[in-house]
Design a binder for this molecule. Structure first.
Ligand code: COA
Length: 178
């Protein structure tokens, strides 16, 4: 073997799916990549404290390498109605951990938590240009039942209003017990 040969070792990682705590908020910015969502994270966390949303994180050694937010209540009843339907959004997993089932674990754990809380339907949006996400949701049993222009806005970390336009499919799934 020479110094130029690559050495491969296999690592085992422990992953915990849990609700975010206050100390996760800066870490969810992923070293600056998502700093523009700083205010949104804070607002979502305060909604979690009020029991209106969940911020689920995939924790690896104390760091949130993945996230899935759940909206329990919404003015848009086809997405979430506070008792039977809840809406999943903001699913993401750090690039180096993709394709290993982390996204699937986040979704299936959220589904089980919802079912235990009496909810019977989960909804999720897949951007029309994100074929990979739609494929993942279909594999997990979600079916398209509506579409949405996907227009929304948020105030970034500098206080500037940012507009998003991302047309999407709205998908739903009947939940089963764990
Ligand atoms: C979508 C995402 C959360 C999946 O997480 P993950 O841990 O890789 O998911 P899993 O390992 O459980 O499942 C892999 C599946 O995810 C989907 N996927 C893989 N890479 C993807 C990507 N870059 N973007 C979107 N979906 C992807 C595919 O369906 C893949 O299955 P495949 O092997 O048939 O291609 C992750 O790819 C991601 O963070 N993408 C960027 C953010 C995003 O697109 N979020 C969804 C918003 S609608």
């Amino acid at each position: 073997m020479t110094a130029l040969d690559n050495q491969a070792i296999t690592l085992e990682i422990n992953l915990t799916i849990r609700l975010a705590s206050q100390t996760d908020l800066p870490k969810l910015e992923w070293y600056g990549r998502y700093k523009h969502f700083r205010r949104l994270f804070r607002r979502t966390f305060s909604e979690q404290l009020r029991g209106r949303r969940w911020m689920l994180v995939a924790d690896c050694n104390g760091f949130p390498i993945g996230q899935l937010f759940v909206q329990l209540n919404s003015g848009e009843q086809h997405l979430a109605d506070g008792s039977r339907r809840a809406y999943f959004y903001a699913l993401r997993v750090m690039e180096m951990f993709r394709g290993m089932g982390v996204g699937t674990h986040l979704i299936t754990e959220a589904e089980a938590m919802l079912h235990e809380g009496g909810f019977r339907w989960a909804t999720i949006a897949a951007a029309k240009e994100n074929a990979g996400a739609r494929r993942l949701y279909e594999r997990l049993g979600y079916r398209v039942f509506a579409e949405d222009p996907g227009k929304w806005s948020y105030v970034d970390h500098t206080g500037t209003l940012q507009h998003v336009h991302e047309p999407c499919w709205i998908m739903e799934k009947k939940l089963q017990p764990r």
